[in-house]
Ligand binder design. Structure first.
Ligand SMILES: NC(=O)c1ccc[n+]([C@@H]2O[C@H](COP(=O)([O-])OP(=O)(O)OC[C@H]3O[C@@H](n4cnc5c(N)ncnc54)[C@H](O)[C@@H]3O)[C@@H](O)[C@H]2O)c1
Length: 435
């Protein structure tokens, strides 16, 4: 490994997952199984990808762990919070994402992951009714209780570092309110005054994580860390933050496919995306206020890739619609349809249809692993605030909208950003080349 200023990944890495549902338990089971050599962590960039460093005669293709010091799967210790008290084994069985034969060999490990009481407010996810919930009078009390949980977990499991990952349900839409979400001082005031409208429970997790010196990753489309007050907090605590919303199925396809139209200068008149999904995530998203959060996140992708201002003949007023329908028989096996109406030479119309029969949590699990390991890397490299290099993994990548920054949604530009960040942390020069 070349000389790098990144601190070594010594000791155990505690990964505290908010939510112990389908995604979280698929992630944990896969890590435990891979550790025993019983399954492969397919889809994980940190475990598989090789990237070029150096140029010309000096060029080499290396795994990330050969470029920068990365925590290994053996270093990970899992903890979780959930509204339901079932341990990770029971919850993995309930989720029915994985077959019993892929869960039973790590039953003991999963049974040890018992959810701590959740910081929860039913108004933010009306369809959940578990009672493993903290009894807090204010949002500030939630923060304090969560901080205590993190400290206790770290000490009990002898962890050198902690990362907090939100893989809990999507909350109702919380619009950015610049009277509350603009500064840390205002945010803290609102937490202490128990402003339950503007302060979502997820914000308490994020605040607690950062205050305890842990990076925070938002895997749902929640507003949470996507506000200036949290950016200030991340800066003050020198901690990385990333979000929002794992880029798994349809949006992955969209951000990888739409560059085909853009690079060949083909026109777009409409893109209709619809999904059926039958797991608990689908149930929560069946509530209009919760779906609104997801819709905002899913819609943002195309606008920054196919821009009307760059190509008015090709991309003005295309109709973009995203639907998610709750359909229990399919459980976690989501089916997505994309109908894309395009036009070519002299405006002649054509259609493209994409039918993706995916498995939601199978696609999300490797992203959980990569986001946790790369956030831990970023913290050791002294990088803090919004980690734009992690946009590759996210549907609605965070960016400083108060400075008119634009999100990068184009999958291949995001990949270049990811590789360049790793090159830089590894002591190599960042460059523009795509390989
Ligand atoms: N699977 C994917 O492809 C994908 C992609 C993008 C985003 N996501 C997001 O990931 C999240 C998890 O998805 P899932 O399929 O595992 O859902 P899930 O319903 O199986 O699990 C979510 C868990 O979070 C718990 N929870 C809710 N609020 C909580 C709180 N305040 N504190 C602690 N626990 C809480 C719920 O009780 C539930 O057990 C969802 O928000 C989903 O939108 C998933």
């Amino acid at each position: 490994m070349k000389a790098t200023t990144v601190k070594p990944a010594e000791g155990k890495l505690g990964i505290l997952v908010v939510g112990n549902g389908a995604v979280a338990t698929t992630f944990m089971t896969g890590v435990f199984m891979a550790r025993k050599g019983l399954a492969k962590p397919v889809g994980s960039m940190t475990q598989y990808d090789k990237m070029r460093v150096g140029k010309g005669a000096d060029k080499q293709y290396l795994h990330y762990a050969d470029i920068v010091p990365m925590a290994s799967l053996d270093d990970i210790v899992f903890g979780t919070w959930d509204v339901y008290p079932q341990n990770a084994f029971q919850s993995a069985m309930y989720a029915e994402v994985l077959k019993e034969k892929d869960i039973l060999p790590v039953k003991d490990e999963l049974e040890q992951v018992v959810p701590m009481k959740a910081a929860f407010d039913k108004n933010f996810a009306k369809r959940l009714d578990g009672d493993n919930v903290k009894d807090c009078k204010t949002r500030w009390e939630m923060v304090e209780a969560l901080r205590q949980d993190i400290r206790q977990f770290k000490a009990e499991h002898d962890c050198a570092r902690i990362v907090v990952l939100w893989a809990a349900s999507t909350e109702i839409y919380v619009p950015v309110n610049m009277e509350v979400h603009d500064t840390m001082a205002h945010l803290e005031e609102a937490m202490k005054a128990n402003d339950t409208k503007n302060i979502a429970p997820s914000m308490c997790y994020a605040y607690a994580a950062l205050a305890e010196g842990a990076p925070f990753i938002m895997g749902a489309p929640n507003t949470t860390v996507d506000i200036p007050a949290m950016w200030e907090m991340a800066e003050k605590t020198k901690m990385p933050i990333a979000g929002k919303d794992f880029k798994t199925g349809q949006t992955l396809v969209k951000s990888g496919f739409s560059p085909i139209l853009g690079t060949r200068c083909l026109g777009l008149s409409g893109w209709f995306s619809t999904n059926i999904l039958g797991n608990r995530d689908g149930l929560v998203l069946d509530e209009p206020d919760n779906f609104r959060t997801k819709e905002v996140s899913k819609l943002s992708t195309l606008e920054t890739i196919l821009k009307p201002e760059d190509q008015p003949d090709l991309y003005t007023d295309y109709y973009h619609k995203v639907r998610i329908n709750y359909y229990p028989p399919r459980n976690d096996n989501k089916e997505g349809w994309d109908n894309i109406d395009i036009f070519g030479w002299m405006g002649y119309p054509m259609q493209i249809k994409i039918n993706f029969l995916c498995r939601d949590s199978i696609l999300a699990a490797p992203l959980c692993l990569d986001l946790c390991l790369l956030s831990d890397l970023a913290a050791r490299a002294g990088r803090y605030g919004i980690q734009r290099f992690l946009s590759f993994f996210l549907k609605s990548p965070m960016h400083d909208y108060t400075k008119n920054e634009e999100a990068v949604n184009h999958l291949y530009q995001q990949y270049t950003m990811l590789k360049n960040a790793i090159r830089e942390m590894g002591g190599y020069e960042a460059d523009e080349e795509i390989d």
